[in-house]
Design a protein around this ligand. Structure first.
Ligand code: KG4
Ligand code: ZN
Length: 386
């Protein structure tokens, strides 16, 4: 079965096409035929985070070129028979009335290219920024209507979990129960997985997400967006050169009984330190970057460790943009070396992409869990549920 997937929940516009088979985690196999991604990060830099209406506009502009790139990679772009008629194109106009630019691009696309060989369309329905999610959803509806294909709605978080298990065209076998830690710009979630595709959220953030903490503290230090990779680079330098530890940040809620997180206090603590800087040289920044990275990773690790112990978890899955962090990877690998099997996504699939949406979409499409296009709604706060 071939799945064409669309991801627009934050600032990455992604379209991917996978070919997959199997009915469950054990006999599943897949191949990525096309994977196109366009990041808007540079545009959002001046806001120090994602500016929702700008993200929406950019998705509208980028979706058709990104779709074409994914089709090109998969050799599915055929110039040709015009199998979508002018009447059909016209009938899509109301669907895309809020995305005028997208409608124009898509009309041109249908006039020039044929329907690709795919069986279903998967699209992120949440969580994420609703204006951004809606563009992807309306695009999915338009493609489904024009090409007469079914749609499967995908939970972005499930995509992050599944892609962390994707190894060599299959899913790495895991022992249950498993604990998943999802850490990205928009979410910080601890999830208990007792069995295949059963999820129970046991902890979440009360304010800023882990990635947001990286992004906001980076901004205070004068670093560009996204802040995670910037802080990580500086912190690495401080570690390698063993710079003295001259600043100390709090580890919010590290001893709290719940599995919840709170990162907004870190921002304030970093702000207070930065305000004492007269002029900050490289080493001063690197020292603070390392302490910030340590503080975030210490809290994530402590909560995950306790969840693993309490639930006797055999496997730890870490996903989401922050899972790209090398210090976090090392700390988790060391901590659980003799206790649990730790899985991380490949670096390429740590941050948002549409391959992860295609993977999660496949398992729904395989069970024919399609949604009527009219019922499809963006849900910015969508949770993982059983
Ligand atoms: O999963 P993702 O691409 O988008 C969301 O779903 O939010 O995650 C993006 C987040 C950003 O906050 C970014 O700063 C963070 O992931 N990030 C990192 C690293 N690479 C990306 N954080 C720490 N270290 C990294 N190397
Ligand atoms: Zn994400």
């Amino acid at each position: 079965m071939r799945i064409l997937a669309i991801e627009t929940s934050a600032d990455e516009t992604g379209v991917a096409i996978i070919e997959a088979s199997g009915t469950g985690e054990k006999d599943f196999s897949f191949k990525v035929l096309g994977n196109a991604l366009l990041s808007q990060a540079e545009l959002h830099t001046r806001y120090g985070g994602i500016f929702p209406n700008l993200a929406k506009r950019e998705h509208g502009r980028n979706l058709v070129p990104v779709l074409m790139e994914a089709l090109r990679q998969s050799d599915e772009i055929v110039q040709g028979k015009h199998d979508v008629s002018e009447d059909q194109i016209k009938s899509l106009e109301p669907l895309l009335e809020r995305e005028k630019e997208l409608y124009t691009f898509l009309s041109e696309f249908f006039r020039a290219y044929d329907k690709p060989n795919v069986d279903a369309i998967a699209v992120t329905m949440g969580p994420g920024l609703e204006p951004a999610l809606w563009v992807g959803i309306n695009f999915a509806r338009a493609l489904a209507q024009a090409w007469n294909l079914p749609i499967v709605p995908v939970n972005h978080l499930e995509g992050h979990i599944l892609v962390a298990r994707a190894k060599d065209g299959a899913l790495a076998a895991i022992d249950e129960p498993a604990i998943a830690l999802l850490v990205s710009g928009g979410h910080t979630e601890l999830v208990l997985m007792e069995s295949w595709m059963r999820y129970q959220t046991i902890g979440t953030t009360r304010d800023d997400a882990a990635g947001e903490a990286f992004d906001k503290t980076a901004r205070l230090m004068g670093l560009s967006y996204p802040g995670g990779p910037e802080i990580s680079k500086l912190a690495k330098d401080a570690r390698e050169r063993d710079l003295p530890r001259t600043v100390e940040l709090p580890r919010p809620m590290i001893r709290d009984e719940s599995y919840d997180f709170s990162f907004s206090g870190l921002k304030t603590a970093v702000k207070n330190i930065v305000e004492t800087w007269k002029s900050a040289d490289h080493d001063t920044r690197a020292t603070l970057a390392r302490e910030t990275e340590d503080a975030i990773v210490d809290v994530l690790l402590a909560k995950t460790r306790r969840a693993v112990e309490e639930h006797a978890a055999q496997t730890v899955i870490v996903g989401g943009g922050v899972s790209a962090n090398d210090h976090l990877r090392k700390a988790f690998a060391e901590e659980f070396r003799d206790k649990a099997h730790v899985l991380f996504p490949s670096h390429e699939f740590s941050t948002d992409n549409a391959v992860m949406i295609a993977l999660a979409g496949y398992f729904k499409a395989e069970k024919k869990e399609f949604i009527s296009p009219d019922d499809l709604r963006a849900n910015g706060n969508l949770r993982l549920a059983n």
